[in-house]
Design a protein. Structure first.
Length: 298
């Protein structure tokens, strides 16, 4: 199968491309920079130059492929409206290219904000609709295309997809702890983050491409929920700095933009995904990766 991948050189995308190539697929990857293009070409990936604002390039890639794996996101926390608008525009463009074709559309989403009071499951629909909602409401937008002849599949990633050289949320928390000289957690530190190793997430993507029915919601979740206090303690041990609680009112000042996320309970299960795909995570846990230096070895 010929797969067009946005975010092909990114943290999850580069691992997913390796899995797709190993499974015998051909891949075209969207590349914004010369370095990304060179890295993809070295793997045997066909390079499609462009970015999330280049809707013409995205449309060309989608039309030429048998399947689209959309992983790119601006993740501009200083201008979230721009990230939301770019995500909405890209998904609308891909959807328009795939309507009526029967082709596959795998879309990156997340477990954040799906539920309150219980871990999110694959049966929980996303509450986000419309272009002004988180991620531009694109999970629902993509799944609505099933009735228009698109094999849409939502890939819901844990809030931390961890591993060596991860530069995501846990890397940001580690940087804050290094600067502040203390590894902190919000309140009692009982709120949880689901987690998955990057290699397991990539393998789930390849399995989903092969076997998931149209309309599926797949959870890339290996650990249902790691308490924020345990994350802070692991970071503190790795950096050899003290660990303490931060009162809820002081969270924004201490953590900055990531404080809101670190204070959320983002637990999720993946029982249905494991049963559907025969997927069993085998990578290190989040705390094992922190202890092994994934966020402290420069």
């Amino acid at each position: 199968m010929h797969v067009f991948v946005t975010g092909a050189s990114g943290w999850i995308g580069s691992a997913a491309v390796d899995e797709l190539l190993a499974a015998g697929h051909t891949v075209t990857g969207l590349a914004r920079s010369d370095s990304s293009a060179a890295a993809l070409a070295a793997k045997g990936v066909t390079v499609q130059r462009g970015d999330l604002d280049d809707l013409g390039s995205i449309r060309t890639g989608a039309l030429a492929a048998d399947a689209v794996l959309h992983l790119a996101n601006k993740h501009d926390w200083s201008n979230p409206a721009a990230s939301v608008a770019a995500e909405r525009g890209a998904v609308e463009t891909i959807g328009e290219a795939l309507v009526g074709t029967g082709k596959t559309f795998l879309l990156a989403s997340g477990v954040a904000g799906l539920t309150q009071g219980h871990p999110a499951t694959e049966a929980d629909p996303s509450p986000f609709h419309g272009p002004q909602s988180p991620r531009g409401g694109t999970e629902n937008l993509a799944l609505e295309l099933v009735d228009q002849g698109v094999r849409s599949i939502a890939l819901r990633f844990a809030p931390t997809v961890h591993g060596m050289r991860d530069h995501g949320f846990v890397a940001a928390l580690t940087g804050i702890a290094r600067r502040q000289g203390v590894s902190a957690y919000p309140g009692e530190g009982a709120n949880r983050w689901a987690a998955v190793h990057r290699s397991d997430a990539a393998r789930m993507i390849a399995l989903g491409l092969a076997d998931a029915p149209a309309g599926s919601r797949l959870h890339a979740v290996a650990e249902e929920g790691v308490p924020s206090r345990a994350i802070a303690e692991a970071i503190g041990a790795a950096l050899d700095v003290p660990v303490r609680s931060v009162e809820p009112d002081d969270v924004p000042a201490h953590f900055g933009w990531i404080g809101t996320f670190f204070g959320m309970d983002l637990a999720a299960t993946s029982d249905a995904t494991r049963q559907l795909l025969g997927w069993s995570p085998t990578g290190p846990t989040l705390l094992e990766d922190i202890a092994a230096g994934a966020y402290t070895l420069a």
